[in-house]
Design a protein around this ligand. Structure first.
Ligand code: PFF
Length: 460
């Protein structure tokens, strides 16, 4: 157990954790959720959820990881609370499940990047939203394409993780995160010239009616987007140095994640609001909106032939910095717990997750039997939806509650104070932080779990 675990530099941790947080959830899921929930007030509730539930739990996860310098299962054993290592086991299962379908969607960005380079060179042609929809449907039903792109993305992720914490994860994220921000900034600046921009900004910040369901969605999404509730941040925290400030790093990650999500909204809404009113309904919660509506919009604006490929590469990069964190959770367990070498753990687990993900890849039309089944009754259709349903509605919220309760109630206050102050100095908000973990976070998340169980709601 004396293996060199590796550690992040100061900026390395922040960029890697931000890389984990910033992903499809920000660029694809958040804009359409905001659109569906009528903008303004939903954004406000979401910001509140990040501040009072997300941030305290992120600090809690880093505290667990950094104080023990261990991956989630081993961390709770090291804290002499073996029963709580259930959080770690749940996290590994969640990482496994999310990565298996997330990598499928991530693979589509590679396909659409290639496709949009083709469009940019040959001209976009007479594609309409309907023909783009047909093409997308056809793409989903091609088994070899689905498995191939999923495989490609898993290979990218495995390659990075094999190189380890410093030369793999840190090196990649310190290159990709600034690039990602730069690309998004170019897109935001360009969209500022579109006719839909003023309305997009108004939509994002105008107050509106908000339903209890939207509140729940906002809290649920705060989890997914910040990579909380499954040990990813515990794992990255275990590579963080002791002379860094935990609260400041966590706050910075939350701010960056939120900023990118809002920027993605500005880009998408400017495009949408440039359309005539009647056509706006195309922008729906459908998973394919990024691949069916957006290309047409891009190519209808100036510079679209550059912006469209840039957009897909942006989404692909964002997804990659998230998939590596999902894989790292699983890999770190086998390294820490079973003393496997990094190469062995990455190859074996990467391949296993890839194999499991084939079920999701084929469940969007390629194989009828996997696409129409409802393993959880009426809840969701097909393996892909079912995996997303389980992870978003069950695994992440339950993991989140347990982490909040553990640090709020079980970990001695003196211990958490010492850890959170190490590298930070006196932490005046310690009392507030513990209060949020003890009461606010468990109640807010408990409400989600209650709604899922009793009211049969779904938040994916
Ligand atoms: N936070 C990522 C996103 O918003 O796309 C998804 C994610 C990554 C969730 C890593 C959980 C995780 F551990």
């Amino acid at each position: 157990m004396t293996k060199e675990r590796g550690s992040f530099s100061r900026l390395g941790f922040i960029l890697a954790a931000a890389g984990s947080a910033i992903g499809l959830g920000n660029i694809w899921k958040f804009p359409y959720m905001t659109f569906e929930n009528n903008g303004g007030s939903f954004v406000l509730v979401y910001l509140l959820a990040v501040a009072v539930v997300g941030l305290p739990i992120m600090i809690a996860e880093i505290v667990i990881g950094r104080s023990t310098q261990k991956s989630p299962v081993a961390a709770f054993l090291a804290l002499k609370k073996p029963g709580w290592s259930i959080i770690g086991w749940l996290g590994i299962m969640t990482g496994f499940v999310i990565l298996s379908y997330y990598s499928v969607v991530a693979g589509w960005t590679v396909h659409y990047f290639i496709k949009s380079v083709g469009w940019s060179i040959r001209g976009f042609g007479p594609e309409t939203a309907a023909t783009l929809g047909d093409q997308f449907g056809l793409f989903l039903s091609r088994p070899f394409a689905q498995i191939g792109y999923h495989a490609l993305f898993m290979i990218f992720s495995m390659t990075v993780v094999i190189f380890g914490v410093k030369s793999g994860i840190e090196r990649l994220t310190t290159i990709l995160m600034p690039v990602l921000f730069g690309i998004l900034l170019i897109l935001v600046i360009t969209s500022a010239w579109s006719s839909g921009f003023p309305e997009a900004i108004r939509f994002l910040f105008k107050p509106c009616q908000i339903s209890p369901d939207s509140l729940l969605e906002a809290v649920g999404h705060a989890f997914f987007t910040l990579s909380l509730g499954m040990g990813a941040i515990i794992t990255y925290g275990s590579y963080m140095k002791k002379d860094e400030s935990v609260p400041r790093s966590a706050a910075l990650v939350c701010v960056m994640d939120t900023l990118i999500a809002l920027m993605a909204c500005v880009v998408m809404f400017s495009l949408i609001f440039s359309l005539p009113e009647a056509d706006r309904t195309q922008f729906s919660a459908s998973i394919g909106v990024m691949f069916t509506t957006l290309p047409k919009l891009f190519y209808s604006m100036h510079g679209g032939f550059i912006l469209s490929p840039l957009f897909y590469i942006l989404v692909g990069f964002a997804a990659l910095t998230s998939t590596i964190s999902l894989l790292e959770v699983v890999v770190a367990f086998f390294i820490d717990q079973l003393n496997w070498s990094r190469i062995r753990a990455t190859l074996l687990m990467g391949l296993t997750i890839f194999a499991f993900g084939i079920l999701s890849a084929l469940s969007l039309g390629a194989v009828q039997g996997l696409s129409v089944i409802r393993p959880l009754g009426g809840k969701s259709q097909g393996i892909f939806d079912t995996m997303d349903y389980l992870a978003s509605n069950w695994f992440l919220p339950v993991g989140g509650i347990l982490i909040a309760l553990f640090v709020g109630w079980i970990l001695p206050k003196a211990f958490s104070r010492k850890e959170v102050e190490e590298g930070h100095g006196p932490f005046r908000l310690h009392g507030l932080w513990i209060f949020l973990l003890r009461f606010v976070a468990p109640l807010a998340i408990g409400w989600i779990v209650y709604s899922v169980i009793i009211l049969g709601k779904s938040f994916n």
